[in-house]
Design a protein. Structure first.
Lengths: 109, 118
C-alpha cells in the first residue's frame, strides 16, 4: 500500500518563529488533507489540498502531486499551535485513507 | 458546518463486556463514514469504511466479529467492540465524508472516544 512519511517527527520552536512541515507519499493520490490534533485528541481540519496552494491566516499549504509531496507552512508560531500535525491521503481504487506518521510540534514562549 | 459528534467521549469497562460507540454527522448527510484507532504517540490507523445501507469494509487484520459496524442511516454509524479485552484499550475516532459515496471529498472528524478496558 501507499506509504506516507512526514518530517520532521518532532519540532520545537520559539514563539514567533516560522516552520515548514513536509508530507511525502509514495504513489498518486486523489486528495490530501492536513490536520492538527490538539492535546485532547480532536482532529481539526486545516486544509483540503489535492494540488496547488492555499492560505488561511498564518498557515498555508502547497501540494505538488506530480512530485508526491505536500508542505505545511506555519508563520509567526504561537503556543496554541502546539500539537501533532498529520497529513492524510486518499488513494487507490478502493479510496483508502492513509494517515502520515505525524509531526509533533511544541511552541515555547 | 460539517460537524461530527461522537458518544461517549470516554468509557471504562470490565473485560468481557461490549461497548457501543456512536458517530453522528450533525449538519450533513454522510454516505461514507470511517472508523480509526489510535494508540498513544502513534498515527491513526483505518479500521473500516462504513457505507450507509451496506456492509462495512474492514482493513486487513481487523476482526469483523469483534468490531461490529452498523451504518443504518445517513447520519449515524455505530462501532461495537464485543467482548472487550485490555488490548482493545485505545482512542477510537470516526470521520464522515461530505458528498456522494465515491467522491473524493473532505473528511471531518469526531472528537474521539477513549476506551479503557480493565
Amino acid at each position: 500500500g501507499i506509504q506516507v512519511e512526514q518530517s520532521p517527527p518532532d519540532l520545537i520552536l520559539q514563539e514567533g518563529a516560522n516552520s515548514t512541515l513536509r508530507c511525502n507519499f509514495s504513489d498518486s493520490v486523489n486528495n490530501l488533507q492536513w490536520f492538527h490534533q490538539n492535546p485532547w485528541g480532536q482532529l481539526i481540519n486545516l486544509f483540503y489540498i489535492p494540488s496547488g496552494t492555499k492560505q488561511n491566516g498564518r498557515l498555508s499549504a502547497t501540494t505538488v502531486a506530480t512530485e508526491r509531496y505536500s508542505l505545511l507552512y506555519i508563520s509567526s508560531s504561537q503556543t496554541t499551535d502546539s500539537g501533532v500535525y498529520f497529513c492524510a491521503v486518499l488513494s487507490g481504487g478502493y479510496q483508502k485513507v492513509t494517515f502520515g506518521t505525524g509531526t509533533k510540534l511544541q511552541v515555547i514562549p | 458546518g460539517a460537524v461530527v459528534s461522537q458518544h461517549p467521549s470516554w468509557v471504562i469497562c470490565k473485560s468481557g463486556t461490549s461497548v457501543k460507540i456512536e458517530c453522528r454527522s450533525l449538519d450533513f448527510q454522510a454516505t461514507t463514514m470511517f472508523w480509526y484507532r489510535q494508540f498513544p504517540k502513534q498515527s491513526l490507523m483505518l479500521m473500516a469504511t462504513s457505507n450507509e445501507g451496506s456492509k462495512a469494509t474492514y482493513e486487513q487484520g481487523v476482526e469483523k466479529d469483534k468490531f461490529l459496524i452498523n451504518h443504518a442511516s445517513l447520519t449515524l454509524s455505530t462501532l461495537t467492540v464485543t467482548s472487550a479485552h485490555p488490548e482493545d484499550s485505545s482512542f477510537y475516532i470516526c470521520s464522515a465524508r461530505v458528498g456522494l459515496a465515491g467522491a473524493y471529498n473532505e473528511q471531518f472528524f469526531g472528537p474521539g472516544t477513549r476506551l479503557t478496558v480493565l
